[in-house]
Design a protein around this ligand. Structure first.
Ligand code: MG
Length: 250
């Protein structure tokens, strides 16, 4: 009886701490020797036992995939530069800008979820080409079941739904569509700026009723984290994973 009660308490505690997952925004980069979207940031997010590590991907001029946030870096535009030219660039921590291939090679020795954001590209055709290459590369690396895809581009989200293996999480970032509208397109989650949930707190319950995941970004302060935890969002994307983890452990 005591054993059953104890197991029940442990299970309840685990449920409470597992309630909200921590996603490291551009990896865990606010640490010495790390940098946004670096392989070090991925490794640190994994070591910190984050649910997932988010990163940003562009299709280059020569149809390669590269990991970077902004549309240009060091004066080179992502979409109209070659991978070789972009890989001459150093990140603030001294790493070379990683190709997606470099990134997934490193990811193979981690276990955190890989939250890949495909950036909004100049044409729908380029987004489709990027999605095709990303899905094929994840498959080649044996990482398909660790990938989660996110985008501000509705077209990109719909292409991930069409081309990724069935059941792969695909979440839309823009914040302008209801869970029901996205569910009708096969999109599996809403991943919205935290302010959207102040305006539409009912979207959390609506999404859950449809079996969808709810993620809020990019939340770096304790009061907003607490608000979203109380609202029962599934995931919070943050530049401060340790702060969120400390709140979840209370
Ligand atoms: Mg991003």
């Amino acid at each position: 009886m005591m054993a059953m009660l104890w197991c029940g308490l442990v299970a309840a505690a685990q449920t409470a701490t597992a309630q909200t997952g921590v996603v490291a925004h551009r990896g865990l980069w606010q640490a010495p020797a790390s940098a946004q979207n670096s392989i070090t940031a991925l490794a640190l997010a994994d070591r910190a036992e984050c649910y997932g590590s988010e990163f940003d991907v562009w299709l280059t001029a020569d149809s390669a995939l590269v990991v970077n946030h902004d549309a240009s870096f060091g004066g080179l535009p992502m979409e109209t530069s070659t991978l070789a030219a972009l890989q001459q660039l150093s990140l603030p921590n001294g790493e070379r800008m990683p190709s997606l291939e470099n990134y997934l090679t490193a990811a193979a020795s981690t276990s955190t979820r890989l939250i890949l954001e495909l950036k909004h590209h100049s044409t729908a055709e380029r987004e489709t080409a990027a999605v095709q290459r990303i899905v094929a590369m994840a498959e080649r690396f044996g990482l398909s079941d660790r990938m989660e895809y996110i985008s501000f581009s509705l077209h990109a989200c719909r292409e991930f739904v069409r081309l990724a293996p069935a059941g792969t999480p695909v979440m839309y970032l823009h914040g302008d569509l209801s869970p029901a509208e996205l569910h009708a397109m096969g999109i599996t989650g809403i991943d919205y700026h935290h302010s959207v949930f102040r305006a539409h707190p009912e979207w959390v319950e609506q999404a859950h009723a449809l079996g969808m995941t709810v993620n809020a970004w990019t939340v770096n302060d304790a009061p907003t984290m607490q608000y979203l935890i109380a609202l029962h969002v599934d995931l919070i994307t943050t530049n401060a994973p340790a702060l969120l983890q400390s709140l979840l452990q209370k």
